[in-house]
Write a protein that binds this ligand. Structure first.
Ligand code: NAG
Ligand code: NAG
Ligand code: NAG
Ligand code: NAG
Length: 250
């Protein structure tokens, strides 16, 4: 971890800038704290994912639970709806409000974007939502959180390179590949771009001999070629036939 942080420091990336609160808009009318039962009133609607999918759907649910537990350890799990289809997402907002009395919605996933204005109208003046990975669309009762996916990708790439050289101390070349599910410039493509950029970032850092020795000093000695060893990252394809264009879904 220390190594990873010092590499990231070397290329001038500040960890705390990885996420940004995009917009809050005009103030939502507040419900007095003592009148607000967070344990019961907080609810999550996935964007067709499951709350155990190791993605935002899951971390959003766990964050909600952590939050209500921190307020009162007797609070149970927050309400959740896991819509099966995109059109189910749209009907979930009124369901979770009417059937479950939810006042604060956690909405993980960009697939809520198309419905965020609808959700805002349904929530009205006394409810609000935290929308992960999307834009408020100018609504005043939604807080939109967007992520700098390219920086996450860069972190992951650098971490992969370091991990590889720690696992295989006799190798000096690591090959990286990345694979995206869909062309999406805000998240997937941006993440992959950052991941690939880590290759150039790492190779650039390795041109600095002092830096290289700081990192790989003991390994260089073990390889018995003090000073002559060069560590390199390379790109490789993930498939025997790569997609022909951004719209090539196969
Ligand atoms: C939530 O789950 C769905 C289905 O697994 C997935 O498509 C979506 O990307 C997930 N949401 C996020 C924000 O990762
Ligand atoms: C919401 O904002 C996004 C990005 O600014 C835009 O592409 C989309 O058309 C807007 N959607 C609605 C329903 O206003
Ligand atoms: C380590 O790297 C060497 C050189 O590329 C390779 O021959 C060897 O199979 C690798 N070992 C493992 C465990 O991956
Ligand atoms: C090379 O790396 C060292 C150790 O991290 C650093 O102090 C130095 O400024 C770097 N030199 C250049 C030219 O970037």
């Amino acid at each position: 971890m220390k190594k990873l942080l010092s590499i990231l420091g070397a290329v001038g990336i500040v960890a705390s800038s990885a996420s940004t609160v995009v917009a809050c808009g005009p103030k939502v009318k507040e419900i007095p704290f003592d009148k607000y039962n967070y344990g019961k009133d907080l609810g999550l609607i996935t964007d067709t994912g499951k709350i155990n999918d190791k993605s935002f759907n899951q971390s959003g649910f766990e964050a909600g639970n952590d939050f209500v537990k921190a307020l009162d350890s007797k609070n149970g799990e927050i309400t959740k709806i896991e819509p099966e289809t995109l059109s189910d997402i749209k009907t979930s907002y009124s369901k979770i409000i009417k059937n479950n009395g939810v006042n604060t919605l956690i909405l993980p996933g960009f697939q809520h974007q198309d419905y965020i204005s609808t959700a805002s109208k349904i929530m009205g003046a006394h409810r609000s939502a935290v929308f992960l990975d999307g834009d408020t669309n100018g609504t005043s009762n939604v807080i939109g959180l967007k992520y700098k996916a390219d920086i996450s990708g860069f972190y992951a790439g650098i971490a992969s390179i370091i991990e590889y050289f720690q696992l295989n101390k006799s190798d000096t070349i690591v090959k990286l590949a990345t694979f995206g599910g869909i062309a999406n410039p805000v998240a997937v493509t941006s993440y992959m771009t950052g991941f690939m950029a880590s290759i150039d970032g790492f190779n650039e850092l390795m041109k600095n001999d002092t830096f290289k020795r700081t990192f790989f000093g003991s390994q260089i000695k073990a390889l018995g070629e003090d000073g002559e060893v060069s560590y390199k990252a390379e790109r490789t394809g993930t498939q025997s036939s790569n997609p022909s264009s951004d719209t090539d879904a196969s």
